[in-house]
Design a protein around this ligand. Structure first.
Ligand code: SF4
Ligand code: SF4
Ligand code: SF4
Length: 170
């Protein structure tokens, strides 16, 4: 969608200002991103991994099933509006999760996600019938996407992870 068309979509109310589900490039603040991003395309052009695409309404998203993010920060450094903050690249909130379509969960021998996770965030829990369930450690997972881009079943997606706080509510 070009900029004019995406602006029409926004004016028609098809873009939520409180979108917390789209995977924006590293350094994006979910609450402010849509106010600051001009859809200028600089981040997509700067990404050496070519994993920044545009969603159906013209906003940049990181497509982790196209390849892993290295968190190099080139996208954020290229952003001219402050929609991506280079100081916040490491504050990546996304963590991998595996769907029921996973081959291993359906009795087909597969450990490709584990083999591609250099952080050791995936282990397998054996089940009956030759099945094994991948178990992801959200504290170890960086959300890099290496597992997602390697998964032959397309079973890995990402969700926002909020670390538990130790604050005591009185
Ligand atoms: S941090 Fe680097 S690899 Fe990741 S989306 Fe930005 S430019 Fe691409
Ligand atoms: S460089 Fe910044 S303003 Fe331009 S499209 Fe990317 S996030 Fe939006
Ligand atoms: S997103 Fe990266 S760190 Fe997390 S489980 Fe997948 S490969 Fe491992």
């Amino acid at each position: 969608m070009n900029k004019l068309a995406s602006r029409r979509a926004f004016l028609k109310g098809k873009v939520s200002r409180n979108d917390q589900t789209s995977i924006r490039p590293p350094g994006a603040d979910a609450d402010e991103f849509l106010d600051l991003c001009t859809r200028c395309d600089e981040c997509r052009e700067a990404c050496p991994e070519d994993i920044i695409k545009f969603d159906s309404q013209g906003w940049p998203v990181v497509q982790l099933d196209a390849g892993p993010c290295t968190f190099c920060g080139d996208c954020a450094s290229a952003c001219p509006t402050g929609a991506l903050n280079p100081e916040q690249v490491e504050a990546w909130p996304w963590r991998a999760k595996v769907a029921a379509s996973c081959l291993s969960m359906n009795g087909v021998s597969c450990r490709i996600c584990q083999d591609n996770c250099e952080h050791g965030a995936i282990r397998f829990r054996l089940q009956t019938g030759g099945r094994a369930e991948p178990v992801l450690d959200a504290d170890t997972c960086t959300g890099c996407g290496a597992c997602a881009s390697a998964c032959p079943a397309g079973s890995v997606s990402f969700e926002r992870h909020t670390p538990p706080t130790n604050e005591v509510t009185l």
